[in-house]
Design a binder for this molecule. Structure first.
Ligand code: ADP
Ligand code: MG
Length: 442
């Protein structure tokens, strides 16, 4: 790699990151060296270095690798500073956890409650009240970025606030394993057992990582039983239900199912919008004077449906960018600044897919779903399908009408309204909708 080579390569990044991002973040990078897989750039400010590291590392490394460079990691050096003394800190300071391993921002106050997470939230609240243990363990599960860790930290914060003497231990399954192995190696198993047996509340995050780790599981099983026997609260999270974790001993699975098992469902539009609104409040205080145009949050909530972490990342980038260029956050700026994220989460659901899923779900033929027959058995599923098309695709009512056997747009509108009305009073319809939506968005 040489400076010239980087110059050429850099141009290729423009299409990946968008031209605004390119101007603000990539152009200022001056290639310095590549050594042992570490690529060093000189940057004008620490902020730029950190920003590039969090947002564009993958793309840059990908481009470098594509020309055969052995690039594994990025590093940044400040301009006008001796290289050895001023490397930009790799980890963004803001994300540093507090001493106790808990993120101070993950509280109940900052957790936005919506239909997909209301049960998990209620259960977490209940546990956070302390008092006699009612269900043990509390098992929270759900996909990546849906708020499991946030809820666990929130419980820990709340419990500690209520009773500072309470011994609350939060750790990931990997940390549990690490401590266990270290204890074995250093022959300090007695200390290990004592530590874990003496807690009042034990939280183990991402327990699916214990799959296949037999001796760790064994130890976890004993710890678990000892605590349950002692009436101590245990809270566990995983990315799937206990029964679905492969290579986890059956006796552990059944133990995990003994208490209350609740799942966090994939986010829906309303929840995403709620989360964005609450985060914007926070950013408004951080970046005073920045304005955000109408419709931007709705656009993001609509377009980024993968998970909350991605949604948050998008908002962070947007605000950082807008504050740097001192402009209002408009739809145009959003599209440009987030083009990579938007493209990645651009999985379009089609009308045909919806029609197929709905007819499968109600066990009727596709031709009957689309066809003219007006009997209830067909008409209701048809309206459900119309409603989902309106919600999950960008198609206009006339376009949807055309795909439903050439129906008029007023018929579609009527169908959509009917379902909107029914979903509030008919729980069967509400469940069907939720199920179908999840299946479609998966
Ligand atoms: P998980 O542990 O399920 O992978 P996290 O708890 O780490 O997910 O959540 C990912 C990010 O999304 C965190 O920054 C968290 O604060 C945020 N988040 C998730 N759900 C919510 C919510 N309902 N309200 C506010 N923030 C949320
Ligand atoms: Mg987590």
């Amino acid at each position: 790699m040489t400076k010239e080579k980087w110059g050429q390569l850099r141009e290729g990044l423009q299409t990946t990151v968008g031209k605004h991002n390119f101007k603000s973040w990539i152009e200022p990078l001056e290639f310095a060296s590549i050594e042992n897989g570490v690529v060093t750039f000189v940057v004008p400010t620490r902020f730029i270095g950190n920003y590039v590291l969090t947002n564009f590392s993958d793309q840059i490394l990908h481009h470098l690798k594509s020309i055969g460079s052995q690039a594994e990691r990025l590093d940044f050096t400040l301009q006008n500073a001796p290289a050895a003394t001023a490397p930009a800190k790799a980890a963004a300071a803001e994300a540093e956890p507090a001493q106790n391993g808990l993120d101070a921002r993950f509280t109940f106050d900052t957790f936005v409650v919506g239909k997909p997470n209301e049960l998990a939230h209620a259960a977490a609240r209940r546990v956070a009240e302390g008092g006699p243990v009612t269900f043990n363990p509390l098992f929270l599960y759900g996909g990546v970025g849906l708020g499991k860790t946030h809820l666990m930290h929130a419980i820990a914060h709340e419990l500690r606030q209520r009773d500072p003497e309470l011994n609350v231990l939060y750790l990931s399954a990997e940390q549990f394993m690490y401590r266990f192995i270290t204890a074995l190696r250093e022959r300090r198993m007695i200390d290990f057992k004592q530590l874990f047996r003496s807690v009042d509340v034990l939280m183990v995050d991402d327990v699916q990582f214990m799959a296949g780790k037999d001796s760790t599981q064994e130890e976890f099983f004993h710890t678990f039983n000892a605590l349950v026997d002692g009436q101590k609260q245990i809270i566990i999270s995983a990315d799937r239900a206990p029964g679905e974790i492969k290579d986890l001993e059956d006796r552990i699975k059944s133990r995990l199912q003994c208490g209350l098992v609740v799942d966090l469902h994939p986010t829906n539009y309303e929840l995403r919008l709620g989360i964005l609104q609450s985060k914007v409040e926070y950013y408004r205080n951080q970046y005073r004077g920045l304005t955000i145009a109408d419709g931007v949050l709705e656009f993001l909530a609509h377009r980024i449906s993968t998970n909350v972490r991605v949604l948050e990342g998008a908002l962070t980038r947007l605000f950082a960018f807008a504050s740097l260029v001192g402009r209002e956050i408009t739809l145009e700026l959003t599209q440009d600044c987030l083009s990579d994220i938007l493209r990645a989460s651009d999985r379009k659901i089609t009308v045909e897919e919806i029609q197929r899923k709905v007819s499968d779900h109600y066990n009727i033929r596709l031709s009957d779903l689309i066809g003219p027959k007006r009997v209830r058995n067909y008409a209701r599923p048809r309206q459900v399908a119309m409603y989902l098309c309106k919600q999950l695709t960008n198609r206009s009512l006339p376009e949807i009408g055309r795909r439903f056997g050439g129906r008029d747009h007023t018929t579609i509108m009527h169908g959509v309204r009917k379902i909107e009305e029914l979903k509030g009073i008919d729980s069967q319809i509400a469940d069907d909708l939720e199920l179908l939506r999840r299946a479609l968005e998966a």
